[in-house]
Design a protein around this ligand. Sequence first.
Ligand code: HEM
Length: 505
Amino acid sequence: MAETRTEDGLPKGFRSAEHGWPELRRIPHPPGRLPLLGDLIGASPRTPLQDSMRHARRLGPIFRRRAFGKEFVFAWGADLVTDLADETRFTKHVGLGIANLRPVVGDALFTAYGHEPNWQLAHDVLAPGFSREAMAAYHPMMLEVAGRLTGHWDRAAADGRAVDVPGDMTKLTLETISRTGFGHDFGSFERARPHPFVTAMVGTLTHAQRLNTVPGPAVPLLLRQASRRNAADIAFLNRTVDEIVRVRRSSGGGEGDLLDRMLETAHPETGERLSAQNVRHQVITFLVAGHETTSGALSFALHYLSRHPEAAARARAEVDRVWGDTESPGYEQVARLRYVRRVLDESLRLWPTAPAFAREARADTVLAGRHPMRRGAWALVLAAMLHRDPAVWGDGADRFDPDRFEPVAVRARPAHVFKPFGTGARACIGRQFALHEATLVLGLLLRRYELVPDPSYRLTVAERLTLMPEGLRLHVQHRTPPAGRPGRDGDPVPEPRCPVHPAAR
Ligand code: HEM
């Protein structure tokens, strides 16, 4: 008989809530439940998170949904999430969309099960790649990539064209992580269309999300073509990464970036190294996790800044005051943009671009003193709703207001009510990287441009495990004649330098 238990003794595969929540019936579910479809009436496979947010508003801080015989518990009330953040009783649950990514990235950091030894190994080897020192070394490269973006936007401004915000933020963040982490130039700003790596990545993320909405036995039938495309996308991601590794190995090593760490660094205590297959999985993980969510965060922030001129004016005044006429702001000058950072935090509050994470019980326990859970039972934390819990954020929680992140206001709130980067040992390793990059770029853009929204645009949020404002375009106008080095009008457009796909434009 096939093995049906994981190494730590829990049932393998999807664990439906009725097995782990003895008092499940006390948790509300949407009305009108049907025998096979469960609570799927009115649900859209394209917007599972926003559907869950709608249910959350009607059903309260803990609720459940059922689809094709699988039952899920969702939690978002501040007291419940505070309890789920207790690392002594709960840990990360690798399920749903994340488990669906295992065929792509195996036991790399993001997708590893807690009991898999490669998590600790990779964490210990790679964490120093996010130290303050390492971050300061990435800063000049981040500036250089931001210069590509402003060069691109300068040309759009000169031609009177609107800019494609999510598309350009994706180019920016992909180039930033690929150059700082892996010494690789995808040539994104020199391409008319997204780099094929991005297309393949979006394909695998979308596929992983869709797998949640189709009953397991029907996958070969309903998603046959999509599964074939997904296999081709995975093969493409692998080939791209293998080439990046080959180039690095043949060059004899880089300057101590993430890829060097993956290839060269032994664990400080055990002396163990990452295997070749694990390196491949880690590189894909970092290239994807390192740009997709940050590009969404920047895009939402730019949307809100364009719609809130008073916030944009305050942020701009701060940039002018802190940076003065420094051509290239230094590493230390970025963290001093406190109001810009609040704009970013507030955007991540309203639309945390990784909008949910799952927590499972380490042993039998009672959640928030009310809901018994067996070992291995899990709940999906809806960060997007936690961040709007009126008990914490007040009645106007849907309103954009960066002053919620004034230090006094932050201190007055409980500890676990703002979780855009997850929680505990499995929280985001790239948090500082993302915040530094995004604050720097917002500062540079605010200093250089007025952001002019399209009055007819209504925020539409696209979901592919992560969130992105769909179709967001802005007109950008120079505030003052462009000063300094980043991408002045008339600069020659550099040739694509991607060694993997030199011809694609
Ligand atoms: C605004 C940007 C970002 C957001 C909102 C974000 C959010 C998150 C969240 C919520 C988790 C935990 C997921 C879970 O519990 O299942 C996570 C984990 C992770 N993130 Fe990020 N992230 C961002 C940027 C980055 C960057 C820039 C990198 C790399 C350079 C990165 C790499 C990772 C990795 C490797 C993990 C897995 C960590 C582990 O389990 O040990 N992320 N991120």
